[in-house]
Design a protein around this ligand. Structure first.
Ligand SMILES: [Zn+2]
Length: 251
């Protein structure tokens, strides 16, 4: 069947002499691998449309049971060229794409698509120095949409309401914050300030956190990296995400 759906280019590689294989996040059919035949010919009907992070309406010839579908058309609505013009924006968008390509499947629906649109637009329009923050917030929302929201109100072990003082213990394996009683009986975890908890709640609720200092930004980046590795990763490296998450540059 021919599916017409909004789609975003998340990955692109050359294939044979003149074609391109893409992985796209679609609104209707989650992540799909598609071949764009002839896309690298000079007068290809795809033109420059298939750039990374471009969004538009894709026509995909879907054959059930196949791993590789056929892209028959792509009309760009948003090219997101701003992502390629700035390293911090680009590495942030690449980290978002990396997480999606590994953990979203063909059953991802319109809700995830809408969150990814907002995340990429947020990074593309980030003020100078703000790309990291927008990337962290975007990936937390994606993690939430994939079903891995951390527990940020109740204790992630005993489900008691947590009285948050100046700081609270965030326990990756347990999947969120701990109450005082459970802190005593469970080792590990990372103390995070009350402000950081508040920022996490805002991000997961779809809002923007207050502007972070470079140090706070790095701490949030580390927390997100640890959480993704604990809950989503399967031991294989996430190249773009890991590179972004461990980049010490203030960007
Ligand atoms: Zn508890």
């Amino acid at each position: 069947m021919l599916l017409a759906t909004d789609a975003i280019v998340l990955h692109s590689m050359e294939y044979l002499e003149s074609s391109r294989i893409l992985r796209m996040l679609t609104r209707e059919a989650g992540v799909q691998a598609v071949i764009a035949k002839g896309a690298r010919r000079p007068r290809s009907r795809f033109g420059a449309a298939l750039d990374l992070f471009a969004q538009g309406t894709a026509q995909i010839l879907l054959k059930p049971g196949r791993d590789l579908q056929t892209l028959t058309g792509f009309d760009v609505a948003r090219a997101r060229g701003a992502l390629a013009e700035d390293l911090a924006r680009f590495t942030g968008a690449a980290a978002i794409a990396d997480v999606l390509l590994r953990f979203a499947h063909d059953d991802a629906g319109p809700e995830l698509f809408a969150i990814v649109v907002e995340a990429l637009d947020g990074v593309a329009t980030a003020p100078p120095g703000g790309a990291r923050e927008r990337t962290i917030g975007g990936i937390w929302r994606i993690v939430g949409a994939l079903g891995f929201s951390p527990s940020l109100d109740d204790c992630s072990i005993c489900h008691a309401t947590v009285a948050v003082g100046e700081a609270v213990l965030f326990h990756h394996r347990a999947g969120g914050i701990l109450c005082e009683r459970c802190v005593g009986s469970h080792g590990g975890g990372r103390a995070i300030p009350r402000d950081a908890l508040e920022t996490l709640r805002l991000w997961l609720g779809g809002g923007e956190g207050a502007s972070l200092s470079p140090r706070e930004g790095r701490a949030h980046q580390r927390l997100l990296h640890e959480f993704v590795r604990e809950h989503l990763a399967d031991g294989r490296p996430l190249r773009a995400f890991d590179a972004w998450a461990t980049d010490p540059a203030d960007a």
